[in-house]
Write a protein of this length. Structure first.
Length: 112
């Protein structure tokens, strides 16, 4: 945004809209949020030594046990959480393989 320093425009988090192909049409991944009972898209903090696409791959694996093929960037979302501005860079990801969540989170696949 005009007038903001460059570091204030950088994403703080990265996440993915993960899908898989199913007979009835595409299904999308939701994971149980860490601090609530809400179902959310997988995302997390970008570590200082990571590029956002690396964060996406790491977070999707940690939260859901999914490895996938990263597709196009979908855009940036900004919101405030606990008094902090969060900027999430989103990507599309197609699931290639699935294991249990290393974090033990519940997950589910849903049609759009």
């Amino acid at each position: 945004m005009p007038g903001r320093p460059a570091d204030e425009r950088r994403p703080t988090h990265a996440g993915a809209v993960v899908f898989r192909r199913a007979a009835q049409g595409p299904e999308f991944l939701l994971v149980r949020a860490k601090r609530s009972a809400e179902w959310v898209l997988p995302k997390g903090h970008i570590e200082p030594d990571e590029a956002p696409p690396e964060t996406v791959r790491r977070e999707v694996w940690e939260e859901a046990g999914i490895e996938g093929t990263l597709g196009p960037a979908l855009g940036l979302q900004e919101f405030e959480a606990v008094g902090e501005l969060v900027r999430v860079a989103w990507w599309l990801m197609e699931s290639r393989s699935e294991s249990p969540s290393p974090e033990g989170r519940a997950k589910r696949w849903s049609p759009l």
